[in-house]
Design a protein around this ligand. Structure first.
Ligand SMILES: Nc1ncnc2c1ncn2[C@@H]1O[C@H](COP(=O)(O)OP(=O)(O)OP(=O)(O)O)[C@@H](O)[C@H]1O
Length: 262
């Protein structure tokens, strides 16, 4: 089993504020990997670093054999073509049809003739069950369908690595289940590796081979869903069980209640 992406002892901050501290993690090849953690724990930031969007303060980032830290602009451009990204809320171009949304990366990054683009777009739309919706516009389809179109667009160039940023946000339970299953099946059909940033424990444990939990800028646990579930770290337990009390407090730090009401 190879490693498709690796962070080693990475520190990163926006300006002076350190967001990730001494992060080391491996993304195993061919797997669906979930990155979990509370709001603001740095999950999206982690994806951005793996895309080479920001330079790290310290440490190494290697993705698809590319040293992302040392890469020049040309190398980063070539490297990004091999990665598919489903952005948070999977925003579609509202003035383009479903077909043209999926065709966009193909037109942008290849010199394929229009007939080949048509075939590829219809195949990708078929894979997400929406070939019949190709002529519709984003305003004419549901949120769940939009997410699937965004998925088809993310895999248009047959990426080796796919990043999903909160792919389940705002979906009803049925669309959520469909999207989760698609992430799994598309990963396996493409022979790709998928990294899914999410809060959704249930769905991500169901489709993931590997789970990484981050909190306070550090990796708290990583392993199979069963291994992470068995991890006794109090934060990991609070997070996966959704407990209201634990290391993350319900109450913002305050003086004694008696003092305020004395
Ligand atoms: N471009 C930016 N400039 C400055 N600070 C940022 C920037 N992007 C994110 N942050 C801050 O970095 C921290 C981590 O953000 P990030 O989006 O990576 O977290 P997250 O775990 O993905 O959160 P969520 O689940 O809420 O999306 C947050 O405190 C956020 O406010």
């Amino acid at each position: 089993m190879g490693i498709v992406a690796q962070l080693k002892n990475v520190d990163f901050g926006y300006g002076d504020r350190l967001i990730l501290e001494n992060i080391s993690l491996d993304i195993p090849k061919g797997k669906v990997v979930s990155v979990m953690g509370g709001s603001g724990s740095g999950k999206t930031t982690l994806l951005r670093l793996m895309c080479g969007q920001y330079p790290v303060n310290k440490g190494d980032v290697s993705v698809l054999g590319q040293d992302v830290v040392a890469a020049n602009t040309q190398q980063l451009y070539a490297f990004r073509k091999r990665i598919g990204v489903l952005f948070q809320f999977g925003a579609l171009f509202t003035d383009l049809s479903v077909f043209d949304n999926v065709a966009f990366p193909l037109r942008e990054h290849t010199n394929l003739p229009e007939s080949a683009i048509r075939d590829l777009v219809l195949l990708k739309l078929h894979a997400v069950g929406l070939r019949g919706a190709s002529a519709l516009f984003p305003s004419e389809i549901s949120g769940g369908m939009s997410r699937r179109v965004a998925l088809a667009r993310a895999i248009a160039l047959d990426p080796e690595l796919i990043f999903y940023d909160e792919p389940f946000a705002g979906l009803d339970p049925i669309s959520l289940g469909i999207t989760a299953n698609l992430i799994r099946t598309l990963n396996d059909a493409l022979g790709a590796t998928s990294v899914v940033v999410t809060h959704d424990i249930h769905e991500s444990f169901a489709i993931s081979d590997h789970v990484i939990v981050i909190a306070n800028g550090r990796v708290l646990a990583q392993g199979s869903p069963a291994e992470v579930e068995a991890n006794q770290d109090p934060y990991v337990q609070q997070f996966i069980k959704g407990l209201p009390e634990g290391p993350v407090k319900f109450h913002y730090p305050a003086t004694d209640l008696q003092k305020d009401f004395a």
